[in-house]
Design a protein around this ligand. Structure first.
Ligand SMILES: [Zn+2]
Ligand SMILES: [Zn+2]
Length: 444
């Protein structure tokens, strides 16, 4: 029988403050609604209990740096949310379920390749951790992540920016009008993964009609061309017209239709802060769509007080955006240091603001240009006087990139300053090595 897996993890112990929009009630009202509707009694719904992810599973994808100055946030709830995504992902790959919905919190898609603390309510990136777990454990090669949260999935983009085998698509409210201020069409991927990142910023006021138009005329054809083995949906419900953080106009029915068209193997809850007015109904519609049930009777109690942007108004914007996307040419700067292994290294300096913590991370990213694999990545990351390094040897690395990764790693832990630490993510052999001056090297 075709089954839809569902997993709740409301994270009772975790919040950013009692009146903060990211709190446990986000899931409790949904749970109640699903219970009232008798959804959990449907024969095709299979409920799972949360499971905790290991540190290995987290570090395989993200460099979690020790930061004594950070918000005192335990990793535990984040590891449980990540482990829950992995649990349902494994159930999907094994064929125990046809699809699934992970209803966990806090969200995760603003958390990137390097982690010094919480940003945008996120500490670990569950979809990314899940994707790399399924690749390492089951040898799955091509996976697509479609992020439908109102905010740009900048963390997920950061993690897969150089990965030719992960297609990342983010539809979101235009970054000029909302956090985190990124996600423009010119962000198309690194030198070895050009055009594997697709950002579609949408104007405030976009509703069901506009959203579905973009899905049918851009997202779905792009997905079809990529032909992924799995589709993961970062399902943010903050596009709903009642959401206090977003300015979009989606309805519960619109979300149901998006899910029906996207046909994700797994949906993982991201944002959504209209706790009573939207979340229970949006989550219900998504779940019904996943389970192949009619969702058209699901209606949120509130009515829209102003109409959504018309399709006639959206179409010229959409055509201009598509044209802009097609005409953008890759422009990369090459730069390397004296000790870098041979090859052409693309350099990308940037900084990342942690809004929850109020500090700024400085990043110097170097990527080995390679036509045979995703290319080894070397990242120098610093937070005030603390310095950390990440070396990533990618899945299916070619031998030159693998060797380059080992050479860089050798240099990193032999020549770094006293307060430095580092992580070698050897995704090729699924081995992780952590180094710091005090304790030396340790394997994970
Ligand atoms: Zn969001
Ligand atoms: Zn290579």
């Amino acid at each position: 029988m075709k089954r839809t897996g569902i997993l709740f993890f409301p994270a009772f112990d975790w919040s950013l403050g009692e009146s903060h929009p990211e709190r446990e009630e986000r899931l409790l009202y949904t749970q109640e609604q699903l219970f009232e509707e008798g959804i959990l009694d449907l024969p095709q719904i299979k409920q799972y209990s949360p499971r905790v992810a290991t540190l290995h599973q987290g570090l395989r994808t993200q460099a979690i740096f020790p930061n004594p100055g950070s918000y005192k946030d335990s990793l535990d709830p984040h590891l449980i949310a990540a482990g829950s995504a992995i649990l349902l992902g494994e159930a999907r790959v094994r064929g125990d379920i046809a699809n699934g919905f992970v209803l966990a919190r806090p969200p995760g898609h603003h958390s990137g390749a390097t982690v010094w603390g919480n940003r945008g309510f996120c500490t670990l990136n569950y979809e990314a951790i899940l994707v790399n777990h399924l690749r390492a454990r089951f040898g799955i090669k091509k996976i697509a992540i479609v992020d439908t949260d109102v905010h740009h999935g900048d963390g997920t983009q950061d993690i897969f920016y150089h990965d030719p085998n992960v297609l990342f698509i983010s539809l979101h409210q235009d970054g000029r009008t909302i956090y985190p201020g990124t996600g423009f069409v010119n962000e198309k991927g690194g030198p070895n993964a050009w055009d594997q990142t697709l950002n579609i910023p949408l104007p405030p006021g976009t509703g069901d009609e506009g959203y579905l138009y973009v899905l049918e005329n851009w997202v779905l054809p792009r997905l079809k061309a990529f032909a992924p083995e799995l589709i993961i949906n970062s399902a943010g419900q903050d596009n709903h017209f009642t959401d206090p953080l977003g300015a979009m106009k989606l309805t519960a029915n619109g979300y149901g239709r998006i899910t029906e068209l996207l046909r994700p193997d797994l949906a993982v809850l991201e944002g959504g802060y209209s706790i009573e007015g939207a979340l229970p109904y949006v989550n219900l519609a998504i779940l019904l769509a996943l389970a192949g049930e009619d969702y058209h009777h699901v209606h949120e109690p509130q009515k829209q007080d102003s109409p959504a942007l018309s399709l006639a108004a959206l179409k010229p914007y959409f055509e201009a955006l598509k044209h802009q996307h097609q005409t953008i040419q890759p422009r990369f700067t090459s730069q390397s240091k004296t000790y870098f292994p041979k090859g052409k290294w693309i350099y990308n300096p940037h900084s990342i603001y942690y809004d929850t913590e109020g500090f700024q991370e400085t990043r110097h990213d170097y990527i080995r240009e390679c036509s045979e694999c995703g290319g080894t990545v070397y990242i120098e990351s610093s937070l005030s006087s603390q310095k950390s390094g990440l070396v990533r040897i990618p899945f299916q690395a070619c031998s030159a990139c693998e060797q380059a990764g080992y050479d860089l790693w050798d240099h990193l832990h032999h020549h770094s300053a006293d307060n430095a630490n580092g992580l070698l993510q050897n995704q090729l052999h699924d081995k992780l090595t952590v180094w710091n001056k005090k304790e030396g090297l340790s394997e994970f």
